[in-house]
Design a protein around this ligand. Structure first.
Ligand code: B16
Ligand code: MG
Length: 210
């Protein structure tokens, strides 16, 4: 292996609650039922696909234009909340693990569905650590499509078969497998059978694998 590609949200840090609060505000304004259980289904899923899941509970059909407006509105609420994010949001052991990999000569990248990934990485002061950031802005198809990870490998100039993906979403593990990369499941995806390896969180990943 020559490179490790990290999903951002749920692997390096968590913005779950900010997503929840922003979607909840939008859903309440629209009179659509939304709770934390539904929010759990939005992990690793693109913004529009997330909205489609939320609108399963709507009383009426929404047109595409309207959906774009709702996505923008939610993102506005989310970006406002993101202004409060600090390095405290970074999971224990994440920086240590990335530095360990870099010291061993691995390339490291982000492979995130989020269009806000670069903003978040900069905001918490992590941009210095990554050799590349592939995010929701440079892809057409979201996970489980492998595009975001293939693009990350291209940016790093490393063959996909020499890359490892670390993911907290089952769709992300499927995407890593489809990219012909090795996969490590953490967090919500722990014990997902399709992953090559599984650990409760980034702090518990066995360094002997590298
Ligand atoms: P945005 P990841 C994902 O990030 C989040 O897990 C998911 O909840 C969110 O809907 C998606 O990004 C899109 O985010 O609205 O900021 O473009 O886990 O792929 O790093
Ligand atoms: Mg994630």
């Amino acid at each position: 292996m020559k490179a490790v590609i990290f999903d951002l949200d749920g692997v390096i840090l968590s913005t779950d609650d900010y997503h929840y609060q922003a979607w909840k505000k939008m859903a309440d304004e629209e009179g659509v039922y939304f709770d934390r259980k539904i929010n759990n289904r939005l992990r690793g899923v693109s913004r529009m696909e997330s909205l489609n899941i939320i609108l399963e509970k709507a009383q009426r059909e929404y047109g595409l234009k309207e959906k774009h407006v709702l996505c923008e509105r939610k993102n506005g609420y989310y970006r406002k909340l993101l202004n409060h994010i600090t390095s405290k949001a970074i999971f224990t052991g994440a920086i240590d693990f990335i530095e360990f990999l870099k010291n061993k000569g691995y390339k490291v990248a982000i492979g995130s569905s989020s269009k806000n990934a670069t903003f978040i990485v900069k905001r918490v002061g992590l941009e210095i650590l990554f050799d590349a950031i592939s995010d929701g802005n440079n892809i057409i198809k979201s996970k489980p499509d492998p595009e975001v990870f293939i693009k990350a490998a291209e940016m790093l100039k490393i063959d996909p078969k020499d890359c490892v993906v670390v993911e907290d979403a089952k769709a992300g593990i499927d995407a890593g497998n489809r990219a012909k990369m090795k996969t490590i499941a953490v967090g919500e995806a722990v014990n997902y059978k399709k992953a090559d390896y599984s650990f409760s969180d980034i702090n518990k990943i066995d360094k002997n694998l590298f």
